[in-house]
Design a protein around this ligand. Structure first.
Ligand SMILES: Nc1nc2c(c(=O)[nH]1)N[C@H]1C(S)=C(S)[C@@H](COP(=O)(O)OP(=O)(O)OC[C@H]3O[C@@H](n4cnc5c(=O)[nH]c(N)nc54)[C@H](O)[C@@H]3O)O[C@H]1N2
Ligand SMILES: Nc1nc2c(c(=O)[nH]1)N[C@H]1C(S)=C(S)[C@@H](COP(=O)(O)OP(=O)(O)OC[C@H]3O[C@@H](n4cnc5c(=O)[nH]c(N)nc54)[C@H](O)[C@@H]3O)O[C@H]1N2
Ligand code: SF4
Ligand SMILES: [Mo]
Length: 738
């Protein structure tokens, strides 16, 4: 028996776990009390790590399709097959014939951070689709426009703020998102204990809302209006005061003009909130010694998602809370490049290309995942003929999975990197399974940039790679070689090239710690057991703290780098070198928001919102018995008034109809949802043939995204509207008597 530390990869909180091992078998998991960030916190998902890790349905070898059937194959055969088929497709039809889909768990693996950018460069395709357009793309776009960097995302200073305004997030169940905070519940309780206030805006009375001093339950999809009214009130009452940010911000007066019409009285009937309450929230925000406004899924995957995300930071700026302790700050990640000197930057451009079929503008180099199916099934030049998916299950996670499901069968080649044979990967021609998490090293490249405290942690693989397994970093590297026509070269060639490119640039940059060094010598000084570790070591050395991998390895429970600090000058990368508070693309979208002022829905209209459960994670944790027991979770929550009006019985079946299709789900009557709102969780619908998810298939649930047809998007970011879309609900008619 022994123990090993492992950072939990199951959500954004990045808790440190201590795994108990019996030889190379993981027998238990507890919170790591010595972890510098999580201090022993663990949730039921982390506690289920051993079962998630040892799931017998995880694939052990690659699968290759032969005569229509998937069969087990060697790694060599798998990569030979990819190399033989992918190059002719790219050469014959051009690079855009290859589509790439990156799913959520890429932010939870080292491979997912280090290799996809290289894969994209090697492929040269503009057809990139990721889970971001089902999620936080509106935040990237608003940050790109406001600050010049789509990754400059301010994070609420959870541990020091006096006032937290949460819009459309439920961290008590999600454990936080774009706000990495192990023990989010404890940190919110601490906020209350130190006399701070919590306001939650959510059409459902969530577990987070129950903790709040004030809970507003607006009609879904109306947050941009509510936020505009808060901004309006700050100006109208002379409360707008950016403080020291004033001379680093352009466009404050233009914002005042832009929100003139959005009075509390004007938005109140559409949001279905009381105008007095809206004023009170604005006053409290302005009066708090420090405050942070924080929005997530419920303010992002909605039709005004980019405007809402922009307004969140407009509020942070206008109350003087951006970039100050207790407000919303930019974390300083240990692997971010050392900051360049302050001054005008390159800015952020949107819409540099358009998608082939519907002409959607790109955002951050991506097209909407909701448009993937049409890019495959619409004939014509530039059609996607081959697809690589990495850690993605868009048949369940994106709108209109049935159409995508059918489109995937028409591909000439589909390659998936995924541990499971699931609703999406069952269409693979070649399936490459990464090892379970206990067999991989971990470092949070993404989440350290969104953490409420600067810190850095690395955990090595807890147990050695099982015979026949391939590390996910090597899988990615070999895939890149196959795509770039270098099949057969050693995978380290990919890392060497990445190191050489980064070093060559760094030595010419006066602000880089490597400035003036000899590139060969600098690269030779890197440590690490493999290419991925050497690249991590390089990024640490070039980063703002000048750390090394050896230092990290000497601190198995992490290195604390202190509370968040003001660093706006390091972050700003706009053309003006200032915060651009009313960027042109935002101004151009405001007429759409003005039109929404008169869009009061017909009485009786129902809007559907999602919800998350603490024991689940998107589409892939329904196969773990420890996380799936208990009552049915895939229920349609309906308010008692609506249930009575529609004659829906608690526990009875209901038919739900949306633009993309029809579903049947069990009704759960509860006043936790407001009238006019029904809620169904996502990630379910595990009833398709040809998958290997034995536990999930026994209780499949239904796929909420089948209610969508893929046309409802936030136009600036291409993000799908997953919250607040219209549906009809009726009792399932009894079967006709024969
Ligand atoms: N209606 C509705 N739809 C939603 C949402 C919603 O709130 N409502 N939420 C959206 C959001 S926020 C997101 S992020 C997306 C998520 O949607 P996706 O990005 O499609 O992610 P998952 O559903 O988590 O599926 C992840 C896949 O990764 C695989 N996987 C797990 N671990 C690993 C690993 O270590 N390596 C590799 N290579 N693969 C791995 C799993 O087997 C699974 O196939 O769903 C979106 N869809
Ligand atoms: N347990 C668990 N944890 C997870 C995940 C999971 O699936 N399960 N997924 C992970 C991922 S990928 C992500 S992105 C994060 C998401 O993290 P969160 O954003 O915190 O999670 P959600 O539960 O989607 O919270 C969205 C909230 O918005 C509300 N809402 C819906 N429509 C509206 C609206 O129009 N306005 C407002 N104001 N609110 C609205 C919903 O009722 C819901 O409570 O969670 C991560 N953590
Ligand atoms: S909160 Fe998230 S990171 Fe922490 S143990 Fe639970 S799933 Fe893992
Ligand atoms: Mo997400």
């Amino acid at each position: 028996m022994s123990t090993a530390p492992r950072i939990c990869p199951l959500c954004e909180a990045t808790c440190g776990l201590v795994l108990t091992l019996d030889g190379s078998r993981v027998t238990g998991a507890r919170g790591d009390r010595d972890d510098v960030f999580s201090r022993g916190f663990i949730c039921p998902k982390g506690a289920a790590f051993p079962q998630v890790d040892a799931d017998p349905d995880r694939l052990r070898t690659p699968l290759v399709r032969e005569n229509g059937e998937l069969r087990e194959a060697s790694w060599e055969e798998a990569f030979d097959t990819i190399a033989a088929r992918i190059r002719p497709l790219i050469e014959g039809h051009g690079p855009d014939a290859l589509g790439i889909v990156l799913g959520n768990p890429n932010v939870h693996t080292m491979a997912g951070a280090l290799y996809p950018p290289l894969l994209l460069r090697a492929a040269g395709t503009s057809n990139l689709f990721t889970a971001s357009t089902l999620d936080q793309m509106p935040k990237h776009v608003s940050s790109g426009l406001l600050f010049g960097d789509p990754f400059a995302i301010p994070v609420p200073d959870l541990d020091r703020t006096d006032h937290l305004l949460v819009i459309g997030a439920n961290p008590l169940d999600s454990n936080g998102s774009l706000c990495t905070a192990p023990d989010f519940p404890g940190r919110l309780a601490a906020l209350r204990r130190r006399g701070g206030t919590l306001t939650v805006v959510d059409p459902r009375r969530t577990r987070t809302a129950r903790l709040a001093d004030r809970h507003l339950a607006p009609r879904p999809g109306t947050d941009a209006l509510l936020l505009a009214a808060l901004v309006h009130t700050l100006f109208a009452e002379g409360l707008a005061d950016p403080g020291p940010l004033a001379d680093r911000t352009e466009g404050v007066d233009q914002v005042r003009d832009a929100v003139r019409e959005f009075t509390p009285e004007a938005v109140a009937p559409v949001c279905e909130l009381d105008p007095g309450t809206i004023r009170a929230v604005a006053r409290e925000l302005a009066a708090a010694p420090t405050a942070a406004v924080y929005g997530r899924m419920g303010s992002s995957t909605v039709s005004h998602g980019t405007l809402a995300n922009w307004l969140v930071d407009v509020l942070n700026v206008l109350t003087g809370n951006l970039d100050r302790p207790g407000g919303a700050l930019f974390p300083r990640s240990a692997t971010a490049p050392a900051p360049r000197p302050a001054g005008p930057g390159r800015g952020f451009l949107l819409g540099r290309r358009r998608s082939r079929v519907s002409g959607h503008p790109e955002a951050k180099g991506e097209f909407p995942l909701a448009a993937l199916a049409e890019e495959i099934d619409t004939p014509g030049e530039g059609r996607i003929r081959a697809l690589i998916t990495i850690a993605a299950n868009p048949v369940l996670s994106a709108p209109d999975g049935l159409r995508l499901d059918a489109a995937l069968t028409s591909l000439d080649l589909m390659v998936c990197v995924d541990p499971y044979l699931n609703e999406t990967t069952r269409h693979a021609d070649v399936l490459l399974p990464p090892p379970p998490p206990s067999q991989s090293a971990h470092f949070d490249f993404a989440f350290n940039g969104f953490a409420v405290r600067d810190q850095v942690r690395h955990t090595p693989a807890a147990v050695p790679l099982e015979a026949g397994r391939m590390d996910e970093c090597e899988i990615h590297a070999r895939l890149i070689l196959a795509v770039s026509g270098m099949h057969g070269a050693p995978p380290s060639a990919v890392d060497d090239l990445a190191v050489d490119t980064l070093v060559a640039r760094a030595v010419t940059q006066p602000h880089s710690p490597a400035y003036g060094a000899d590139p060969k010598e600098f690269a030779a000084g890197l440590t690490g057991e493999n290419g991925a570790e050497r690249r991590l070591d390089l990024m640490l050395r070039l980063g703002p703290y000048g750390l090394t991998l050896d230092e990290l390895k000497a601190h198995p429970h992490g290195i604390d780098l202190g509370p968040l600090k003001p660093r706006l000058d390091e972050v700003l990368n706009t053309r003006t070198g200032r915060i651009e508070l009313l960027p042109d693309p935002i101004a151009a979208d405001l007429p759409r928001l003005r039109a929404a002022l008169t869009a009061v829905p017909e009485p009786g209209t129902l809007q559907l919102v999602g919800r998350r459960h603490l024991r689940s994670n998107n589409s892939w944790l329904h196969n773990t018995p420890a996380l799936t027991g208990g009552s049915n979770r895939c229920t349609l929550q309906v308010h008692p008034e609506d249930a009575e009006r529609l004659r829906l019985a608690d526990g009875g079946p209901a038919r739900i109809t949306g633009a993309g299709g029809e579903l049947t789900a069990e009704v759960e009557v509860t006043d936790a949802v407001r009238p006019g709102v029904v809620s169904l969780p996502h990630g379910w619908g595990h009833d398709r043939p040809g998958t290997r998810l034995s536990v999930a298939a026994a209780r499949p649930g239904v796929n909420v995204n089948q209610l969508l047809d893929g046309t409802l998007l936030d136009p600036l970011s291409g993000t799908a509207v997953l919250n607040g879309f219209p549906v009809e609900v009726a009792p399932l008619e009894p079967a006709p008597l024969l």
